[in-house]
Design a protein around this ligand. Structure first.
Ligand SMILES: [Zn+2]
Length: 87
């Protein structure tokens, strides 16, 4: 089995027939490589102020999105995303 890091706390596992993206911390497989791993993970959205008081100016325009492992809860990704205002 070959493993190599994909990003922090995520790694690619090469199995016999296909490659999987999995949690580097607990080994939970999220999805096949190339699929939307964020959809398979746990996603939470916070107010930007959660990232620090200076981020408060972004409130109403951006959201802090965090992606966790659904199994062990380790953080895969955190980024500011534009808040969508549906008309
Ligand atoms: Zn995990």
């Amino acid at each position: 089995m070959v493993k190599h890091p994909f990003r922090e706390n995520l790694e690619v596992e090469s199995a016999a027939d296909r490659q999987w993206l999995r949690c580097a911390n607990c080994g939970r497989r999220l999805c096949a490589l190339g699929q939307d791993w964020k959809a398979a993970a746990l996603r939470k959205v916070f107010s930007p102020a959660k990232a620090g008081p200076l981020m408060k100016i972004l409130e109403g325009r951006y959201l802090l999105e965090k992606i966790y492992c659904p199994s062990c809860g380790v953080l895969f990704n955190a980024e500011m995303i534009e808040e969508k205002h549906e008309a």
